[in-house]
Design a binder for this molecule. Sequence first.
Ligand code: KG4
Ligand code: ZN
Length: 366
Amino acid sequence: MIAMSHKKENYKRPLVLGVETSCDETAAAIVASDKTILANRVLSQIEEHRPYGGVVPEIAARSHIDHLPRLIEEALQDAGLAIEDIDAIAATTGPGLIGGLLVGVTMAKAMAFAAEKPFLAINHLEGHALSARLTDDLDFPYLLLLVSGGHCQLLAVSKPGRYKRLGTTIDDAIGEAFDKAAKLLGLGYPGGPAIEKAAKEGEAARFPLPRPLLGTAHCNFSFSGLKTALMRSFEKTGPDDIPHLAAAFQAAIGDCLVDRTERAMTAYEASKEDMATHRTLVVAGGVAANEYLRSRLRELCEEKEYTLSVPPGWLCADNAAMIAWAGVERLRTGFPSDPDSAPRARWPLDESSRPVYGSGRKGAKA
Ligand code: KG4
Ligand code: ZN
């Protein structure tokens, strides 16, 4: 749980209360227009899901019900404010687990209605996409690599509400791939940090794993073949090889990220005149916490003369400060109150994007 202090009244309006319940973090935060974070409460449910090796939607939804009201109260206390002092209430309305979304959206709407404040329906991916602007002095446009438990996408970001998807995963999300690989290797949950830790003791070159879609003309990702290859190697090895397998898996993912991002840089620069001159790569989402992947992307940015912007770890993982901040950005661009919007399990940031393969599938959780 994170609590932040502030100097009372030393901020600029609007003040937005943000609520996040799309997956396994219950969170409430209050953010001002000048980027002051007046409160930032995050409660992780990791321990509740750990015995199952992944997030159990029903447990997540019930846990949000148990904790969200208290977290909102604590956020208001941290900020020294009453709900009447808030200018708008923003809640993650999708994409995510529908039970959890319903809890957060219903609570936020009820509070907005009772306090006669605008309700802002925020796309969780937009929260991640704009998060770097909360901590960095970052102008639009920029290229975004969104790497989380539910997503792996490359997007050209023009302004709030304006995103062009350049690439996405055609099967597993990147964090999901880390989590499944860790489960296979018996490293526990959540898998990303466990693989990163184990990989520090291993030699990647011991196991040649494939690099799916490397060098292809588009900017899409694929991770399921890599997971299967890891499984095949694992079947032929002993426990001593686990750090080597973890290192080989992480190195393969690193190569894929660098190759796909490099391709997306070319597509981004060709998209619009101002994109050719605004050479900034923002990396967001829980997987951005991975130091090895960050260092690989830092090398790429140096080579391509891009500025790399990665939000701090607490802002990369799911939180409500990024939802409140997206609310601030939306209010500034005249985004209307949306009391009728319903939670959406799937909600692509780029509404014009089409499924990459097949007819019914819209990509990993987006
Ligand atoms: O963004 P996030 O907190 O939640 C979603 O919106 O999905 O991302 C969680 C994901 C999990 O799959 C977790 O294993 C992964 O981020 N992750 C990592 C690391 N830390 C968290 N993956 C790789 N390396 C890490 N250090
Ligand atoms: Zn997320």
